[in-house]
Design a protein around this ligand. Sequence first.
Ligand SMILES: *Cc1c(COP(=O)(O)O)cnc(C)c1O
Length: 369
Amino acid sequence: MQQPEPQPGTFFFPGPTEVRQDVLKAMLRQPIPHRGAEFHEIFSRIQAGMRDVFQTQRPVYVLTSSGTGGMEAAIRCAPRGRILALVNGAFGERFVKLAHECGREVDQIGFALGDVPDADEVGTRLEAGSYSALTMIHNESSTGALADVRAIARVARQSGVLTIVDSVSGVGGARLEFDAWEVDCVVSASQKALALPTGLAFAVVSENYLRAIEKVEGRGMYFDLLAFDSHGRNHETPATPAVSLIFALDRQVQAIVSEGIEARWARHEAMRVTMEQWVGRTRDALDIDVSILAKEGARSPTVTAVSLPSGMVSTDLVREVAERGYTIGTGYGALRSATFRVGHMGDHTVAGLESCLAAVAGGLRALRN
Ligand SMILES: *Cc1c(COP(=O)(O)O)cnc(C)c1O
């Protein structure tokens, strides 16, 4: 049965996230030819804004796929040789599986759930092995842990290893500076902190990475980033893009640019702090043993996973919160029952998040009784 459409400001799911009405409405027009002048104009306007979002002078490739497609493109085009995957949650694991399925040799180094990769440990491992690239998750959405991409990219560079970053739930909410941090490949997607509908992925690559692609055999066709690079010079994509989503992207990129990327990061950071304070307050006020899963100092500004006391399961809480008019998420993967997740990303505000958290507190109280 179809659910009534949620009220604006109530959808705190950790991806997809809420999309503003004006962005949705931007899609309500006829498609246009994707090799014509109007498309070129839209695409170059998007480029200018997206460079700001990724903090880069490099082109931003627009792929028609979900975030996993962007991850697959990064792996398929990665330079020959072994890959080291840094795994601190379900999405880190996804890179391992993906690399394996794409016929790549991949080793992994694990970190506890809620923790983030340690640069020294990674550096030691890179020196001991012979790797061409490493994969990491900027913002591990399954645990709400935010990794230090800059520090990892630095040790990788010292070992001559290229850094591939999944920032699917980071870009647009968590600080990421592609050029200054000297990373080699970042992939993201539309439906998380960029607050767009589902269906687009984005990729930015360094010149080093781009040069390496030419020598990679078997990289396939649809996700060949070299083709995205050459077509991009013409303000086009290799194949027909999702034109309706491009209209939405055009609209939303302008909104992000007028907010300012620094202000956007600050708004997300304020929501992280709101979550942290709320968990502390709620633990005391309700005498319920809730805690933030991610370790202090490595907490995400876009998604928070909260551990529940034993005996409480997340599906019950999600239902209680829904009855109070708000949507939050259960935990992800192995953490599905024991944690719940709040997606405080995209266009959400501290005030909106506080209303949502009041509903979550109501749900917790009901379950405790
Ligand atoms: C959502 C997400 C993905 C991609 O998932 P898709 O369903 O393919 O869009 C990848 N990595 C992270 C960290 C994510 O949060």
